[in-house]
Design a protein around this ligand. Structure first.
Ligand code: CTP
Length: 401
């Protein structure tokens, strides 16, 4: 229940605004106090009258309103809530807030607040995929703003793809998680992420295309759920997850040592794309090219970090999750990897050419365990992180029950 919780509910202009009415109603049913704020554009899609009737509150929509300022000024409004939600968050509003603009009441509230903000983006697929929007999302993400959705699906404009706003129930669930006691509080998680680099000589290395996005998204979600997270990452171009204890490594051997010295943990998630091989003997000097004479690299296998933790006899984390990057026989390979490595879940991704999973922002995954195969639709790595963290959280709860 959300009894006594105050939610500042911002509605911006977009066709998905009609779904915000359903969410306002559901929040009220759950006992929340809803304070509605609407942008001018939002009023083209839903009327302040209907919003106000459902929220049983007046709608705030002017930055400089003498009566409002006398009753509750815009700064006070931004501080008065336990949570601020933006449903829908239009591309324009996202851009505005990402650049720190404050030219209407809604954007001023976001700039002035110290309260957690949750946005439910909704826009045309091309607008969502536009690098400018993605840059804005990244900026807001780095500033602690949370997102729910968008999902993939049919849009009001007739196109299909990412950009469709999350459903009211999905947003409600996210709000409930925010207000629930932090589910993973007091639990320690180890997460590996990114690629490893195996040096050939002082300037060259063997590596792979992993961006570290999926691992970062999982660590962020775990922190949000209250877990203590040790995040062990290979070299990536990403900001480390806020609130995690970050250990940066380069090689698989360094990652192996960092993981084992971070244990014990309640659970471990191995998203890193660890290089399978390293050069047996790294050259101390840069190898010189000798035309017609190709260098022969003597390789040796890296230690399998996931298997080494899964098979620990003492103090094994209660849940161990591996990832599998496959290009063929995806399910079959995942099942045999689950057995071979001895972990509890394998999240298998199709990384065949053209999927753009490695390095991309989306993932199409199947979660495989001993007794279940859960096939998921294509979704953002952030959305997958959420599903996975909830699954781990549920499994841990069941183990303790
Ligand atoms: N992994 C690991 N240490 C390694 C290799 C892999 O911890 N030396 C982990 C990865 O983090 C991932 C899982 O094992 O969670 C599977 O990785 P993947 O590259 O798909 O499998 P491999 O064991 O390398 O098998 P293959 O390359 O033959 O598919």
């Amino acid at each position: 229940m959300l009894n006594g919780k105050k939610v500042l509910f911002i509605i911006t202009g977009g066709i998905a605004a009609y779904k915000s009415l359903e969410l306002v109603r559901k929040l009220k049913e759950k006992g929340a106090e809803v304070i509605p704020v609407m942008t001018k554009a939002a009023e083209n899609f839903v009327t302040p009258m209907s919003v106000s009737a459902l929220a049983q509150e007046k709608v705030y929509n002017k930055l400089f309103d003498l009566t409002d300022e006398a009753e509750m000024g815009h700064i006070e409004l931004s501080r008065s809530a336990d949570l601020i939600v933006v449903v829908p968050a239009s591309a324009d509003f996202i851009a505005k807030t990402a650049t720190g603009q404050a030219n209407d009441l809604a954007s001023t509230i976001i700039l002035a607040t110290d309260t957690k903000v949750l946005m439910a983006p909704a826009m045309n697929v091309r607008m969502w995929k536009n690098p400018l929007t993605q840059k804005n999302i990244k900026t807001l993400d780095e500033n602690g703003i949370k997102f729910v959705g968008p999902n993939e699906g049919e849009m009001a404009c007739g196109e299909f793809g990412f950009g469709r706003m999350a459903e009211a129930d999905e947003i409600l669930k996210e709000i409930e998680v925010y207000f629930s006691d932090k589910k993973l509080k007091g639990l320690h998680f180890v997460v590996t992420s990114g690629p490893t680099r195996e040096p050939i000589d002082p300037v060259r290395f063997i590596s792979n295309r992993s961006s570290g996005l999926q691992g970062g998204a999982i660590a962020n979600k775990l922190v949000e759920y209250g877990a203590e997270v040790t995040f062990i990452t290979g070299p990536v171009n990403l900001d480390p997850p806020h609130g995690a204890n970050v250990i940066s490594v380069e090689t698989a051997d360094e990652m192996y040592s960092a993981v084992h010295s971070s244990l014990p943990a309640d659970a471990a998630v191995f998203t890193a794309a660890v290089a399978d091989w390293k050069i047996k003997k790294t050259e101390q000097q840069k190898l010189k090219k000798q035309t017609g004479n190709l260098p022969a690299f003597n390789l040796t296998e890296n230690k399998d970090i996931l298997a080494s933790v899964s098979k620990m006899k003492k103090n094994r984390p209660k849940i161990v999750v591996g990832f599998a990057a496959e290009t063929e026989n995806i399910l079959e390979n995942a099942k045999s990897k689950l057995m071979k490595k001895g972990c509890d879940f394998i999240v298998v991704n199709d990384v065949s050419l053209g999927t753009q999973t490695m390095g991309g922002i989306e993932n199409t995954a199947i979660i495989v365990s001993d007794n279940e195969v859960e096939t998921l639709p294509t979704m953002s790595k952030r959305a997958l992180a959420e599903i996975l963290v909830k699954k781990i959280s549920r499994s841990l709860e069941e183990m303790d029950a």
